[in-house]
Write a protein that binds this ligand. Structure first.
Ligand code: AMP
Length: 209
Protein backbone atom coordinates (compact mmCIF):
# COMPACT_ATOMS: atom_id res chain seq x y z
CA UNK A 1 0.00 0.00 0.00
CA UNK A 2 1.22 3.54 -0.82
CA UNK A 3 0.40 5.85 2.08
CA UNK A 4 0.98 9.55 2.77
CA UNK A 5 0.95 11.00 6.28
CA UNK A 6 -0.13 14.65 6.34
CA UNK A 7 -0.07 16.93 9.36
CA UNK A 8 1.53 19.93 11.04
CA UNK A 9 4.97 19.69 12.65
CA UNK A 10 4.73 17.45 15.74
CA UNK A 11 1.34 16.03 14.73
CA UNK A 12 2.92 12.58 15.12
CA UNK A 13 3.78 11.71 11.50
CA UNK A 14 7.17 10.27 12.47
CA UNK A 15 5.80 8.13 15.31
CA UNK A 16 2.91 6.82 13.20
CA UNK A 17 5.21 6.20 10.23
CA UNK A 18 7.38 3.97 12.41
CA UNK A 19 4.38 2.00 13.75
CA UNK A 20 2.83 1.60 10.29
CA UNK A 21 6.20 0.36 8.99
CA UNK A 22 6.15 -2.37 11.66
CA UNK A 23 2.50 -3.24 11.16
CA UNK A 24 2.48 -3.43 7.35
CA UNK A 25 6.15 -4.25 6.65
CA UNK A 26 6.54 -1.30 4.28
CA UNK A 27 9.32 1.31 4.63
CA UNK A 28 8.76 4.57 6.50
CA UNK A 29 10.20 7.26 4.22
CA UNK A 30 10.77 10.55 6.03
CA UNK A 31 11.91 13.45 3.86
CA UNK A 32 13.14 15.28 6.98
CA UNK A 33 15.35 12.31 7.98
CA UNK A 34 16.70 11.97 4.44
CA UNK A 35 17.58 15.69 4.38
CA UNK A 36 19.14 15.54 7.87
CA UNK A 37 21.26 12.56 6.72
CA UNK A 38 22.47 14.62 3.76
CA UNK A 39 23.43 17.39 6.20
CA UNK A 40 25.20 14.99 8.58
CA UNK A 41 27.12 13.45 5.65
CA UNK A 42 27.97 16.90 4.25
CA UNK A 43 26.78 15.97 0.76
CA UNK A 44 26.32 18.63 -1.92
CA UNK A 45 22.58 18.74 -1.11
CA UNK A 46 23.29 18.77 2.62
CA UNK A 47 25.63 21.75 2.43
CA UNK A 48 23.19 23.63 0.22
CA UNK A 49 20.09 23.16 2.41
CA UNK A 50 21.60 23.32 5.94
CA UNK A 51 20.69 26.98 6.51
CA UNK A 52 17.19 26.60 5.03
CA UNK A 53 16.24 23.70 7.29
CA UNK A 54 17.58 25.53 10.38
CA UNK A 55 15.39 28.52 9.54
CA UNK A 56 12.20 26.45 9.37
CA UNK A 57 11.60 27.23 5.69
CA UNK A 58 11.10 24.59 2.99
CA UNK A 59 13.84 23.20 0.78
CA UNK A 60 13.13 24.11 -2.87
CA UNK A 61 10.70 21.87 -4.77
CA UNK A 62 13.16 20.75 -7.44
CA UNK A 63 15.72 19.43 -4.95
CA UNK A 64 13.06 17.77 -2.81
CA UNK A 65 11.19 16.20 -5.72
CA UNK A 66 14.35 14.73 -7.30
CA UNK A 67 15.54 13.37 -3.97
CA UNK A 68 12.21 11.80 -3.01
CA UNK A 69 11.23 10.41 -6.42
CA UNK A 70 14.63 8.69 -6.58
CA UNK A 71 13.91 7.09 -3.20
CA UNK A 72 10.36 6.02 -4.13
CA UNK A 73 11.52 4.39 -7.34
CA UNK A 74 14.14 2.34 -5.51
CA UNK A 75 13.86 -1.41 -4.81
CA UNK A 76 13.15 -0.59 -1.16
CA UNK A 77 9.73 0.86 -2.03
CA UNK A 78 8.56 -1.68 -4.59
CA UNK A 79 5.95 -3.20 -2.23
CA UNK A 80 4.66 0.10 -0.92
CA UNK A 81 5.71 2.86 1.47
CA UNK A 82 4.52 5.25 4.12
CA UNK A 83 5.57 8.81 3.33
CA UNK A 84 6.19 11.30 6.13
CA UNK A 85 6.91 14.96 5.31
CA UNK A 86 6.55 14.64 1.54
CA UNK A 87 4.73 16.08 -0.34
CA UNK A 88 4.60 19.48 1.37
CA UNK A 89 3.55 21.68 -1.57
CA UNK A 90 1.07 21.30 -4.44
CA UNK A 91 3.95 21.14 -6.89
CA UNK A 92 5.45 18.21 -5.00
CA UNK A 93 2.07 16.45 -4.85
CA UNK A 94 1.60 16.85 -8.60
CA UNK A 95 5.10 15.52 -9.32
CA UNK A 96 4.44 12.56 -7.02
CA UNK A 97 1.15 11.73 -8.76
CA UNK A 98 3.04 11.28 -12.04
CA UNK A 99 5.25 8.47 -10.69
CA UNK A 100 3.20 6.51 -8.15
CA UNK A 101 -0.43 5.81 -7.34
CA UNK A 102 -1.38 6.86 -3.82
CA UNK A 103 -3.88 4.60 -2.00
CA UNK A 104 -4.49 6.50 1.23
CA UNK A 105 -3.69 9.92 2.74
CA UNK A 106 -3.92 10.07 6.52
CA UNK A 107 -4.42 13.59 7.84
CA UNK A 108 -3.28 13.83 11.46
CA UNK A 109 -5.00 16.79 13.12
CA UNK A 110 -3.32 18.42 16.11
CA UNK A 111 -4.02 21.60 18.11
CA UNK A 112 -1.27 24.19 17.83
CA UNK A 113 -0.64 24.42 21.60
CA UNK A 114 -0.16 20.64 21.79
CA UNK A 115 2.21 20.70 18.80
CA UNK A 116 4.29 23.46 20.43
CA UNK A 117 4.48 21.57 23.75
CA UNK A 118 5.64 18.43 21.91
CA UNK A 119 8.30 20.29 19.93
CA UNK A 120 9.59 22.03 23.07
CA UNK A 121 10.23 18.67 24.72
CA UNK A 122 11.53 16.82 21.67
CA UNK A 123 15.01 15.31 21.73
CA UNK A 124 16.51 13.40 18.81
CA UNK A 125 19.39 11.03 18.30
CA UNK A 126 21.71 12.17 15.54
CA UNK A 127 23.03 8.64 15.20
CA UNK A 128 19.91 6.44 14.82
CA UNK A 129 17.30 9.19 14.12
CA UNK A 130 15.10 8.03 17.02
CA UNK A 131 12.88 10.74 18.53
CA UNK A 132 11.87 11.10 22.20
CA UNK A 133 10.01 13.47 24.50
CA UNK A 134 11.85 14.63 27.65
CA UNK A 135 8.96 13.42 29.81
CA UNK A 136 9.90 9.80 28.96
CA UNK A 137 13.70 10.11 29.27
CA UNK A 138 15.88 9.24 32.27
CA UNK A 139 18.93 11.11 30.98
CA UNK A 140 20.26 12.87 27.87
CA UNK A 141 21.46 9.72 26.10
CA UNK A 142 19.62 7.68 23.46
CA UNK A 143 18.05 4.60 25.14
CA UNK A 144 18.44 2.74 21.84
CA UNK A 145 22.07 3.40 20.86
CA UNK A 146 23.65 5.41 23.71
CA UNK A 147 24.49 8.57 21.68
CA UNK A 148 23.98 11.97 23.30
CA UNK A 149 20.54 13.35 22.39
CA UNK A 150 20.21 16.79 20.84
CA UNK A 151 17.57 19.45 20.18
CA UNK A 152 17.01 19.80 16.43
CA UNK A 153 18.07 23.25 15.16
CA UNK A 154 14.58 23.72 13.77
CA UNK A 155 12.95 22.75 17.10
CA UNK A 156 14.32 25.89 18.73
CA UNK A 157 11.60 28.23 19.96
CA UNK A 158 12.22 30.99 17.41
CA UNK A 159 11.99 28.52 14.49
CA UNK A 160 8.87 26.66 15.63
CA UNK A 161 6.55 29.58 14.80
CA UNK A 162 8.03 29.81 11.28
CA UNK A 163 7.49 26.07 10.69
CA UNK A 164 3.86 26.29 11.79
CA UNK A 165 3.36 29.31 9.52
CA UNK A 166 4.96 27.49 6.56
CA UNK A 167 2.64 24.55 7.20
CA UNK A 168 -0.45 26.76 7.09
CA UNK A 169 0.70 28.71 4.03
CA UNK A 170 2.17 25.96 1.88
CA UNK A 171 1.22 22.49 3.07
CA UNK A 172 -2.34 22.84 4.35
CA UNK A 173 -3.60 23.19 0.75
CA UNK A 174 -2.80 19.49 0.29
CA UNK A 175 -5.67 18.59 2.63
CA UNK A 176 -8.19 19.89 0.10
CA UNK A 177 -6.15 18.54 -2.83
CA UNK A 178 -6.35 14.96 -1.51
CA UNK A 179 -9.87 15.36 -0.10
CA UNK A 180 -11.08 16.25 -3.58
CA UNK A 181 -9.57 12.99 -4.84
CA UNK A 182 -11.40 11.12 -2.08
CA UNK A 183 -8.10 9.79 -0.73
CA UNK A 184 -7.97 11.76 2.52
CA UNK A 185 -9.03 10.38 5.92
CA UNK A 186 -8.81 12.37 9.17
CA UNK A 187 -7.53 11.16 12.51
CA UNK A 188 -7.21 12.94 15.87
CA UNK A 189 -3.53 13.42 16.70
CA UNK A 190 -4.06 15.17 20.05
CA UNK A 191 -4.14 11.82 21.83
CA UNK A 192 -1.44 9.21 22.59
CA UNK A 193 0.62 7.46 19.89
CA UNK A 194 -1.30 4.24 20.65
CA UNK A 195 -4.69 5.91 20.44
CA UNK A 196 -3.88 7.64 17.13
CA UNK A 197 -2.64 4.33 15.77
CA UNK A 198 -5.92 2.61 16.75
CA UNK A 199 -7.73 5.12 14.52
CA UNK A 200 -5.23 4.53 11.71
CA UNK A 201 -5.60 0.75 11.98
CA UNK A 202 -9.32 1.08 11.26
CA UNK A 203 -8.54 3.12 8.14
CA UNK A 204 -5.98 0.56 6.98
CA UNK A 205 -8.50 -2.25 7.40
CA UNK A 206 -11.13 -0.34 5.42
CA UNK A 207 -8.78 0.49 2.56
CA UNK A 208 -7.60 -3.15 2.29
CA UNK A 209 -11.18 -4.18 1.46
P1 AMP B 1 10.46 17.29 9.14
O1 AMP B 1 11.43 16.39 9.85
O2 AMP B 1 9.51 16.55 8.26
O3 AMP B 1 9.76 18.23 10.09
O4 AMP B 1 11.32 18.20 8.14
C1 AMP B 1 12.31 19.07 8.64
C2 AMP B 1 12.64 20.14 7.61
O5 AMP B 1 13.15 19.51 6.42
C3 AMP B 1 11.49 21.00 7.13
O6 AMP B 1 11.20 22.08 8.02
C4 AMP B 1 12.04 21.49 5.78
O7 AMP B 1 13.04 22.49 5.96
C5 AMP B 1 12.75 20.24 5.27
N1 AMP B 1 11.80 19.38 4.49
C6 AMP B 1 11.36 18.15 4.83
N2 AMP B 1 10.52 17.66 3.91
C7 AMP B 1 10.40 18.63 2.97
C8 AMP B 1 9.64 18.76 1.78
N3 AMP B 1 8.81 17.78 1.36
N4 AMP B 1 9.76 19.90 1.06
C9 AMP B 1 10.58 20.90 1.46
N5 AMP B 1 11.32 20.86 2.58
C10 AMP B 1 11.23 19.73 3.35
Amino acid sequence: MNIILLGAPASGKGSQGAVIQKELGIPHISSGNIIRNHIANKTEIGLRVKEIISSGKLVDDETTINMMIGELKSENCKNGFVLDGFPRTLKQAEALSKVVKIDLVININVDENIAIARINGRRVCNHCNETYHISTLKNEFCPKCGEKLIIRDDDKVEVIKERLKVFKEQTYALVEYYRNQNLLRDVDGNVSIENTFEQIKKLLKKSEK
